[in-house]
Ligand binder design. Structure first.
Ligand code: GCB
Length: 866
């Protein structure tokens, strides 16, 4: 035992002799977590990062409340350490940190990191306890609401940082003591300076030495120098000009050249006290008189996407690798721009943007609802200061945002004119404060705000406060049509030609279960999202006055309040929540990526197709940035075509069964590329469907094919009756305004899209089946109850015409229902499926729906032969 002790001791001594010093260690292990509800104490063991809102994927009433994280940890008295800090990378939303029952810090803001010096509360050579009370209730700090889930928890890593009394200052804004300022930059020369803050927590003044060195992207030392200084007890700040660098390698998205600055702090005996190493980049950013963004003097159109930070299965408790994977996926599309919506994101994200070359718009979560009070405003300022302080040194960041759609709630939710006026005015004055603050702390970057598509922003004087005006535009999705996009931005430019304009959002939802040969606005088909994106990107590219665009959104993300086709998920992603790319991802890639050849058969989202006879000709789309593409079906050439707008289509009649689609493309150097995909085709024939046991399933009221994950059934688009087949006679498909169906969530089913459309009136469905026994399932949801409107859904109208459809249903004269009122059985917007077994003696089956009160309706039909 004794010998072992001596060996360990010798190892420790020899480690410190070679200068090894523990600087920080993870503090993520061994916690217990307990929700503070009804005072029930049921702690569960957790490892950080952790969040408590898995329920946000299930219900819009996800838990917003308090949670307590606790742990015990041992602290040894050490010579090398005298100050102990905890660094929390992110806790949503309010954190109160207590060590050994002493409150050391309260931090308000869920998306920025913070330090806590815990030294004064520690017991040495003993166990200590820590308790972090976390609160994600709606608490008068931004965000109060938004189209994203406000997950609660200590959801980013925590570190224990060991320091001596004298160290680089870990400040109350989460700064690490080092700021880099670029002064002058040309292709020939780069100059800059460092602002260094040192905390001397000892009582005495100290003689110190700073050693500063810099390596270029190739690892070559650019300079190295030392500086002696005397630090007084307390705070010390100094600004140190850096030696100029000759022929600097500039940072650009194509060549994200990073220089590393190393700063170490030594005591009078040459002992190392602290060190920091930061990556910096040399780049100039300007906006010219044509409102173009210039990087290093060259115009660059900013094109990319926004990104939220959650991931299915993990919520927001992500690993650095998770973050990096997302940023790589965006870079891979050829994007040069990312909007970190709607809040500051993890250090790993910013580092990845620096390293991969993405220009960043980062913003604070002042979105949606803005409280008109001083506490809210002061916290917004604080979050802004923290964000800028913490991410200041990242060359990728080029603009700071501080508001998103700041008047949307006031516009739609408030009725009183005077109240509206007051709230508009207070929003403008908050914007002016935030704008001023950015300009004070970081005049080197631009400010930006995102508005939704209304001139109100101009009228109330909010537009134009920031350097850049961002417009979130959804023409052809929530409202209007695709052409409205160009008209809107042109109108803005004509009215305000001096305002730099960026399209801060544009996107359309898509659900892998929905496919359409006639894609239309708000049908959530994969195909409409493609149509939408194929329209917007060229307009952005071709409109010289537009600085750029960030599509909405890189990945489907969690938004617990959202309903639509996939409740709880905003499905406007280029990628699914599991990070699989949708076909539309390759359109964006073909459109933006000039470096890498793209050749992608856009059939991956829909590889098994049960088709109506009338749809047996399929338009097969290929996304490519190559000049020529040759299509082969089952190895037979269909000829060569030239993509336009990175898109080329062939109309193909497939043979039933598995079909091989292959394409070859040639680039300008004559290199040949290939892509292969398989589609499985079945043509819906009434007899085949019934005899094979698949049955005839109809997605009533919709032009979309619906693939149910829940039942593995395919529901065919609703069609008018044709002899020898099936279909409706009379009635009308339910449209809400100019969109199909409702966006309200349907309770009691996962097949929301099936139940969200219906046929209404007095109508019949006729099936030309042979006599025999059939199982008929009728799927109902009374949609006259509108569900709760979500404010982002600008086209959603509240519905008051409650009808409580009351209907009589009979099949070939047999009465199935005399007086069926689905809403009375299950409630409005709830699913009700009823199955009836009937014996058909005639040559066709006719299901009659007759209104008794309100209107008769049906949302889905399934017919199976017994
Ligand atoms: C917006 C909002 C964003 C929403 C998006 C949408 O304009 O800024 O937070 O998620 O629209 O999908 O509706």
């Amino acid at each position: 035992m004794r010998t072992q002790f001596i060996i360990v001791l010798t190892m420790l001594l020899s480690l410190s002799e070679v200068g090894a010093q523990l600087q920080k260690e993870s503090f993520n292990e061994g916690w217990s977590f307990n929700k503070v509800t009804e005072r029930v104490h049921k702690p569960e063991p957790v490892t950080l990062p952790h969040h408590w809102n898995d329920d946000a994927y299930e219900t819009k009433h996800y838990f917003r409340g308090e949670g307590i994280y606790e742990k015990r940890f041992y602290v040894r008295a050490e010579n090398t350490t005298s100050q102990y800090y905890l660094y929390f990378e992110g806790v949503n939303s309010i954190a109160t940190v207590k060590v050994n029952n002493k409150i050391l810090r309260e931090h308000k803001g869920g998306y920025t990191g913070f330090y806590v010096n815990i030294t004064s509360a520690l017991k040495f050579d003993d166990y200590n306890s820590i308790e972090v009370l976390v609160d994600n209730t709606n608490n008068n700090i931004a965000p109060l609401s938004g189209d994203f889930t406000i997950f609660g928890g200590i959801y980013r890593p925590v570190w224990m940082i060991n320091k001596t009394d004298v160290h680089f200052k870990l400040d109350s804004l989460g700064g690490n003591g080092l700021l880099f300022y670029q002064d002058e930059l040309t292709h020939k020369k780069a100059t800059g300076k460092l602002e260094i803050k040192i905390s001397n927590l000892s009582d005495a003044d100290q003689r110190l030495q700073l050693n500063i060195s810099c390596e270029n992207p190739n690892g070559k030392r650019e300079f190295s120098f030392s500086k002696n200084l005397k630090s007084v007890s307390g705070e010390n700040a100094l600004t140190i000009p850096l030696p100029s660098i000759k022929d600097p390698l500039l940072w650009t998205p194509e060549n994200p050249n990073l220089y590393t600055i190393n700063v170490s702090l030594n005591g009078s005996k040459g002992n190392k006290l602290d060190e920091i190493s930061e990556n910096i980049g040399w780049r100039n950013i300007e906006i010219n008189e044509n409102n173009q963004f210039l990087l290093n003097g060259e115009p660059i159109k900013l094109m990319g996407a926004s990104r939220h930070q959650d991931r299915v299965g993990y919520g927001i408790a992500l690993s650095d690798q998770h973050h990096i994977e997302d940023i790589k996926a965006l870079k891979n599309t050829g994007a040069n721009f990312i909007r970190l919506a709607h809040y500051p994101q993890s250090k790993a994200v910013l580092e990845a943007c620096d390293q991969l070359g993405l220009l960043v718009w980062e913003e604070i979560p002042v979105v949606d609802i803005i409280n008109n009070n001083e506490e809210f405003a002061i916290n917004a300022e604080f979050q802004l200061q923290e964000m800028i302080r913490q991410h200041f040194n990242h060359p990728s960041v080029v603009m700071w945002g501080y508001m998103n759609e700041a008047i949307i709630q006031v516009q739609y939710r408030f009725k009183d004119k005077n109240e509206k006026k007051e709230l508009y005015a207070s929003t403008v004055s908050l914007a002016e404060r935030l704008e001023k603050l950015v300009k004070e702390i970081d005049p080197s970057r631009f400010t930006v705000m995102a508005y939704h598509g209304t001139n109100l922003y101009n009228e109330i004087g909010l537009a134009g406060i920031s350097d850049i005006s961002g417009w979130n535009l959804y023409d052809g999705w929530y409202g209007g049509d695709l052409s409205g996009f160009k008209s809107f931005i042109s109108e803005q430019h004509n009215k305000y030609p001096k305002r730099p304009l960026i399209v801060s959002e544009f996107g359309a939802g898509s659900d892998k279960r929905l496919h359409s040969m006639k894609p239309r606005k708000f049908d959530f088909s994969m195909e409409y999202q493609q149509t939408f994106m194929e329209h917007y990107w060229p307009v952005i590219k071709d409109s010289a006055f537009v600085m750029g665009g960030a599509m909405w959104n890189l990945i489907d993300f969690s938004s617990a309040l959202r309903q639509e086709s996939m409740p709880r998920i905003n499905n406007k992603g280029l990628m699914y929540g599991n990070r699989e790319a949708k076909d539309v991802y390759f359109y964006q890639k073909a459109f933006l990526n000039n470096e890498e050849p793209v050749l992608h058969i856009a059939t991956r989202d829909w590889s098994r197709r049960l088709l109506l006879q009338t749809d047996s000709m399929q338009s097969i789309k290929v996304y490519s940035n190559l000049n020529q593409v040759e299509m082969f079906i089952n190895d037979e050439s269909l000829g060569i075509k030239n993509p336009e707008n990175c898109t080329v289509t062939w109309d193909i009649v497939f043979k039933p069964g598995k079909n091989k689609i292959s394409v070859k493309g040639v680039d300008s150097d004559g290199l040949v590329y290939e892509d292969i995909s398989y589609v499985e085709i079945e043509i819906a024939d009434i007899n085949d469907l019934l005899s094979s046991g698949s049955g005839i399933n109809i997605n009533v009221g919709s032009e979309c094919y619906f693939h149910s994950n829940a039942s593995a059934e395919v529901f065919l688009p609703d069609v008018a009756y044709q002899k020898g087949a099936w279909g409706y006679i009379n009635g009308t498909a339910f449209e809400r305004g100019d969109r199909p169906g409702t966006t309200a969530e349907i309770i009691g089913t996962e097949d929301d899209p099936l139940f969200q459309t219906q046929r209404q009136g007095n109508f019949t469905y006729k099936f030309d089946v042979k006599p025999g026994e059939y199982e008929v399932t009728l799927c109902f949801a009374d949609l006259s109850f509108s569900g709760e409107a979500v404010v982002y859904d600008l086209g959603h109208k509240k519905k008051d015409d409650i009808s409580h459809g009351n209907m009589m249903i009979h099949i070939n004269g047999i009465v199935l229902e005399k007086k069926l009122i689905p809403a009375e059985i299950v409630g409005g917007c709830n699913s009700l499926s009823k199955t009836y077994v009937v014996n058909i003696k005639d040559d066709s089956m006719k299901i009659n729906f007759e209104s008794k009160e309100g209107y008769a309706f049906i949302n889905g039909i399934k017919i199976l032969a017994k």
